[in-house]
Design a protein around this ligand. Structure first.
Ligand code: NAI
Ligand code: CS2
Length: 474
């Protein structure tokens, strides 16, 4: 496939939308839309950002076209993307015409749903300002409810809202928080939503780190021009979406998207193997002195530990139709060793309080329920408990942010020792009850809090090495 567009952008109709036009969307969903357009399709995407970055001026300045640089250490391809037909920053979101939009996706980050982490419950504190002024919403949930209320009042038709964030059962989560908010904010809207809006769950996958100066330099050299929206990504991509739609949608399956009845096995496989390993490297890799995913994934001690971790995670999975879990695990390891993908561990560790429940805690609880050890998962949670809230920038200036960061710093300061800290951390409402009730898991967590409290990174790494060797020889 050549770099340049092969279609007339004027032919594209603004009948799809996306909330959260970040690096991932620009590299992932937009690639599928661009494939459809190159094959003669006419779906164009109206992009909306409710929080920074403000990209609409840059989007206009470069004619709405940007590039994706795909690299894997041997090949490098630069491809123009032209299907983002509009891009609106937060201040202009209210001006977007949703009349003809029938299919919308979201990548607004795990915390963007205003829910209580580890549940599908709306967190009223996160939407209090919007509930007080529902006609001028600031949150994604408030904005979608405001948009649907207009649609209802104007006699608008059905629409599909497809979350694509890395949260458990993202379609059910969006339906739950949006329904609760709508019922509080607009009388009569909830029954309309229940009759006119579909919320399919999606599993989406492509490693797309935040753009760094070196990546931008390579992309602009390949493109031969500046590109404020350009992104660098790995070649791998996957999109699996539940067959649940309310209205017209792009023929995603013709671009390789899998449309399935049972999404859960696909989601669990990705969240627990690839994402779980990324979070494990984010916590244990930094304890071993690594700053990036590549360094952690090519560290022989962590690579050996990863095999034990992936085996334990895989035992909690049902294999999705058409997949091979061992092969998927090997592919995940290889993807993370891509030398051109510089994924800061501080970025992956960000919002971990909204990531670890589905990636680490849920499989741990299932293993405990079966009478199996969950020590590898306890190691990751112990690493998080000791590092959450640490906003020390890495060498590239990337800092870890987490809504629970300050609380975790307070828990560490107040703890009388490792056992006390383990009790406080496992008592947090974001984890399944099973973890709280399990003395063995608490003992494992305590043990690794003590081990990781060791000030020397090499000694921490040696403890991980001893554990992996012991498990591999068991
Ligand atoms: P990014 O930082 O480039 O973009 C984040 C996007 O989310 C921006 O458009 C921003 O406006 C929006 N956003 C952030 N906080 C928000 C909030 N509280 N309410 C509403 N909108 C908010 O991040 P990126 O790489 O685009 O990732 C976004 C999400 O996509 C991730 O959190 C994850 O759920 C999903 N994803 C990311 C992958 C990746 O490798 N980057 C891969 C697979 C899924
Ligand atoms: C990463 C994900 O930052 C993170 O949470 O684990 O963005 C990961 O790169 C994607 O889910 C890969 O598809």
């Amino acid at each position: 496939m050549g770099r340049a567009l092969t279609y007339d952008r004027a032919r594209l109709r603004p009948h799809a939308a996306h909330l959260g036009v970040g690096a991932f969307h620009r590299a992932h969903q937009q690639g599928y839309y661009d494939d459809l357009a190159r094959a003669g399709g006419d779906w164009g995407v109206v992009g909306i950002n409710l929080t920074p970055p403000d990209l609409s001026a840059a989007h206009a300045a470069q004619g709405g076209v940007y590039s994706v640089l795909t690299e894997d250490g041997t090949t490098s391809t630069c491809r123009d993307i032209g299907t983002l037909v509009q891009l609106h920053d937060a201040g202009a979101a209210a001006l977007v015409d949703w009349t003809d939009i029938t299919f919308a996706t979201l990548t607004i980050t795990e915390k963007g749903y205003c829910h209580r982490s580890g549940s599908r419950a709306l967190d009223p504190a996160r939407v209090a300002a919007d509930l007080a002024a529902p006609e001028t919403p600031a949150t994604a949930i408030g904005y979608l409810a405001w948009m649907l209320e207009r649609r209802r009042r104007d006699g608008g038709g059905p629409i599909t809202l497809a979350s694509c964030d890395n949260v458990a059962d993202n379609g059910r989560l969006l339906a739950a928080v949006l329904g609760d908010y709508a019922d509080r904010a607009f009388a009569g809207l909830l029954p309309w939503i229940e009759a006119n809006v579909a919320f399919p769950t999606s599993m989406v996958d492509r490693i797309v780190p935040a753009m760094a100066p070196a990546g931008r330099a390579r992309l602009e050299a390949a493109r031969g021009a500046a590109d404020a929206l350009g992104v660098v990504a790995e070649p791998f991509r996957q999109w699996v979406i539940e067959d649940r739609f309310a209205a017209a949608r792009p023929a995603l399956e013709t671009a390789g998207v899998q449309v399935v009845d049972d999404l859960a096995p696909h989601e669990h496989m990705k969240h627990r193997l690839l994402n779980g390993l990324q979070s494990a490297y984010a916590e244990l890799g930094r304890l071993c002195g690594h700053a990036g995913s590549h360094g952690a994934s090519t560290d022989p001690v962590l690579a050996a530990w990863a095999k034990v971790f992936l085996a334990a995670q895989a035992e909690t999975l049902d294999c999705p139709e058409g997949e091979d879990l061992q092969a998927y695990g090997r592919t995940s390891l290889r993807r993370l060793q891509n030398p051109t993908i510089h994924h800061p561990l501080n970025q992956i560790a960000s919002d971990a309080s909204f990531k670890l429940p589905q990636r680490i805690a849920a499989p741990a609880a299932e293993r405990l329920e079966r009478g199996q050890s969950a020590e590898v998962q306890a190691m990751v949670l112990a690493g998080w408990a000791l590092q959450a809230g640490d906003d020390t920038p890495d060498a590239g200036g990337v800092v870890t942010t987490d809504p629970m960061g300050a609380e975790m710093a307070r828990l560490r300061a107040a703890a009388t020792g490792a056992e006390d800290l383990a009790g406080a951390v496992l008592g947090l409402p974001i984890w399944p009850d099973r973890l709280r009730r399990d003395s063995g898991f608490a003992a494992d967590t305590t043990r690794w809090l003590r081990a990781f409290a060791e000030p020397d990174a090499d000694r921490r790494r040696a403890r991980i090495d001893d554990f992996a060797r012991e498990r591999m020889n068991a």
